[in-house]
Design a protein around this ligand. Structure first.
Ligand SMILES: [Fe+2]
Length: 290
């Protein structure tokens, strides 16, 4: 599910042939999420120089706060959406943090993450802003997708696997967990090709996901991705992490639209888990833009 600012900024004036299929996909995801009634959404997102700067930029950062303002102060005017305060889940986030440490990752952590389009745009469409703030908690996991050097796609996949392992061994009161991955697909941010969309690249990514060939995504270098689909496509890391955290799943593509108003290829993909535990948990993941 795309998170480029323009999706929200220009939603009202977006051409119907582009907005309608996205609106239908987002509405479906929102309905399915409501039916699943998760206690928490583990959200793979990325900072856009709002939480961090080059004074110190973490590769991975776990959001351990007890609540999250979505969007950050001032983001409401730019993104044209109301600010809402979602709950965090410090107990689960703290467990994920410790579990990742035990598994050989060394993520940063923060109780004061600032969310711009990365989390705000998906949540705007999954939870309509005119409805009461949902009770679901958010555990954000940020990955550096913008300030090179970036963690490799394979490292991001390994992180997603480790997050799943953490969820599976959570010793606290069981949670129903949904997974959200948001970033990409093609777009160029602050670059000469700003405004371009490589729909062929985007459809190739979706094809690989649908055919269960995510391994091929992991072999792409940042230079290759950026040359074909812009620096914004480097956010595919969030998708890869979500896929890994899901474990076994059946991908269900809901929409793909090259949205010129948002200067981004926008996709929405649901991931239906293959229930191997018998518990009946169902997770939801989305791939998206910017
Ligand atoms: Fe982004």
């Amino acid at each position: 599910m795309s998170h480029a600012p323009g999706i929200s900024q220009f939603w009202e004036t977006m051409a119907p042939e582009r907005r309608d299929p996205l609106a239908a996909a987002y509405a479906q995801l929102g309905r399915e999420l409501a039916e699943l009634a998760p206690d928490v959404i583990v959200a793979f997102v990325n900072d856009h120089f709002r939480s961090f700067s080059l004074a110190g930029y973490p590769t991975f950062c776990i959001g351990i706060g007890s609540d999250h303002d979505v969007p950050m102060e001032g983001g409401d005017a730019i993104l044209r959406m109301p600010r809402r305060r979602f709950k965090g889940d410090p107990e689960l986030a703290g467990h994920i943090l410790q579990s990742l440490m035990d598994d050989g990752f060394d993520p940063a952590f923060s109780g004061e993450l600032k969310f711009f389009d990365d989390l705000s745009v998906p949540l705007r469409f999954l939870f309509p802003p005119d409805a009461p703030v949902p009770g679901v908690a958010i555990v954000p996991i940020m990955t550096n997708c913008i300030a090179r050097p970036l963690p490799s796609m394979r490292r991001c996949h390994a992180l997603g696997v480790a997050v799943r392992r953490a969820l599976d061994r959570f010793p606290g009161k069981p949670r129903r967990v949904a997974v959200l991955g948001t970033g990409g697909i093609s777009h160029w941010v602050g670059m000469p090709r700003n405004g371009d969309i490589n729909a062929d690249f985007d459809r190739k990514v979706i094809e690989l996901v649908v055919e269960g060939r995510v391994d091929e995504l992991l072999s792409w270098t940042d230079d290759e991705i950026e040359a074909q689909a812009g620096n914004g496509a480097l956010e595919l890391r969030n998708w890869v992490e979500a896929f890994a955290a899901m474990g076994q799943y059946v991908p269900r593509p809901l929409a793909y639209v090259p949205v010129i108003e948002a200067i981004t290829g926008c996709a929405a993909i649901a991931l239906d888990p293959i229930d191997v535990s018998g518990i009946g948990h169902r997770h939801l993941a989305e791939g998206a833009a910017r």
